[in-house]
Design a binder for this molecule. Structure first.
Ligand SMILES: NC(=O)c1ccc[n+]([C@@H]2O[C@H](COP(=O)([O-])OP(=O)(O)OC[C@H]3O[C@@H](n4cnc5c(N)ncnc54)[C@H](O)[C@@H]3O)[C@@H](O)[C@H]2O)c1
Length: 411
């Protein structure tokens, strides 16, 4: 490494704007430059004077090589720090379906704009790991498998602006949102604040989506979740085969995984019960038909059918059955999840590592996520997506749902 006075061979001017200090973005920008063996010089820094005023930062950055600068810039763009220039985003044409030009721009989950004809255009369908397809003056995020020959996609790093979400300013009312993971001690606070978020989401006319695993049924979370559905607090349930199977088992046979829902005792031959439930749903022809003919007369999916709340059961390699309603084509299942997540303001992820992480990957960074799991590692993994977006609550999901249903006055 040359001494600190010798300039490094390549350099660039970059700038960032937003709540750079209290969201720790400025610190991350400096760390990123150093991590890539680069140097920075602060050319301008203006601190926002009020709590709503953004700050503005302009840096000259240096790197040891062009490739190091490109890698550094990729990271910096994700932090909302882009090159100071006035060029439009560079586009290249896709020559074969599902095959992108090598230097395609891969999105983050943050709001992204591209410059077209000197104006900034916001990309729609924001999600991470997508390409940006530009047509006329519109930009849209599209998965690699969905790009088609002839599409114009953004390449390189010029003319792109990423706007990271900044930390909740209202720390008093949503304190747990800025704390990351809530421990057992803070569950009641987390429930109260989740209830407030639910109400706020409805007031804003946005959807509340529940992502749930079968442990919701095993832990007695079925009845409170049913109350939330009846109370209008759920706009879709995204799950897998097992939730449907055990919910049907609980409704038809009063057990989940063969364990009595009333007294917690393992029933004799109870291990067959989930297969008997799958069989009963097959006899009916599917879940809506099982509700119509009385095979299902209670439970999460019964309430969904009655209330017209859509549900998606995505298949997995672990599935028994699966139920006839399970979508076993993974691309179709992902599409169905994504369709219901459009317009969501709050997503409650309840005891499913697989489906919670999948949903986290599909959401833009401004949709709030509350992830309830007994395993702190899962809550951390889901929470780890942009400042202020997600919070983990480490507790039993049945207990959480019971407290939430009470807090929302549905009991
Ligand atoms: N019989 C079946 O067909 C069957 C059975 C099980 C799972 N599956 C399928 O396998 C896939 C993955 O299943 P999954 O989502 O249950 O598994 P998963 O491993 O992805 O997630 C289960 C999560 O529940 C958490 N958990 C366990 N006990 C808890 C509690 N008391 N409170 C809160 N969280 C708790 C765990 O920490 C874990 O993160 C799904 O698609 C599912 O449908 C099928």
């Amino acid at each position: 490494m040359p001494d600190s006075n010798t300039p490094l061979p390549v350099s660039e001017h970059v700038e960032a704007e937003g709540h750079l200090i209290d969201s720790h973005i400025m610190e991350q920008i400096f760390d990123t430059v150093v991590e890539f063996q680069g140097r920075f010089e602060v050319e301008r820094f203006h601190i926002g004077r009020t709590n709503s005023d953004p700050s503005h930062l302009r840096l000259r950055i240096e790197a040891p090589s062009e490739s190091a600068l490109q890698r550094m810039m990729t990271q910096l763009l994700g932090l909302g720090c882009s090159p100071v220039d006035t060029s439009d985003a560079e586009l290249a044409t896709v020559v074969r379906d599902c095959c992108a030009p090598e230097d395609f721009y891969s999105t983050t989950n943050h709001r992204t704009m591209v410059r077209r004809n000197d104006a900034w255009v916001t990309a729609s369908n924001q999600r991470m790991d997508a390409l940006i397809v530009v047509k006329d003056n519109h930009a849209v995020c599209r998965r690699l498998r969905d790009v088609r020959a002839g599409d114009q996609v953004v390449v390189g790093m010029r003319g792109i602006r990423v706007v990271p979400e900044t930390k909740e300013r209202d720390r008093h009312s949503f304190a747990f949102m800025s704390n990351g993971i809530s421990s057992e001690r803070q569950v009641e606070t987390a429930v109260r604040q989740t209830a407030a978020l639910c109400r706020q989401t409805l007031e804003q006319g946005l959807k509340i989506i529940v992502v749930a695993g079968p442990v919701v049924v095993h832990t007695g979370g079925g009845p409170p979740l049913s109350k939330l559905i009846r109370g209008g607090f759920v706009h879709a349930i995204l799950s897998g085969n097992a939730l449907g199977v055990h919910d049907a088992e609980a409704s038809i046979l009063g057990t989940s995984l063969g364990v009595s829902q009333i007294d917690g005792r393992q029933q004799e031959h109870g291990h067959r019960n989930h297969m008997r439930a799958i069989n009963a749903i097959y006899h009916a022809g599917g879940i809506p038909q099982a509700v119509a003919d009385g095979t299902l007369s209670s439970g999460i999916l019964f309430e969904c059918v009655k209330a017209g709340v859509p549900f998606v059961l995505a298949g997995s390699l672990r599935d028994d059955g699966p139920l006839p309603d399970t979508i076993t084509d993974m691309n179709q299942a992902q599409n169905a999840y994504a369709a219901h997540l459009t317009g969501a303001g709050l997503v409650l992820c309840l005891g499913s590592m697989l489906h919670s992480i999948a949903v986290g990957n599909m959401l833009p960074s401004w949709v709030k996520i509350v992830c309830v799991d007994i395993n702190p590692a899962v809550a951390t993994k889901v929470s780890d997506r942009g400042t202020g977006q997600a919070v983990g609550v480490v507790t039993d999901v049945g207990l959480f749902l019971d407290l939430l249903a009470r807090s929302l006055g549905t009991s």
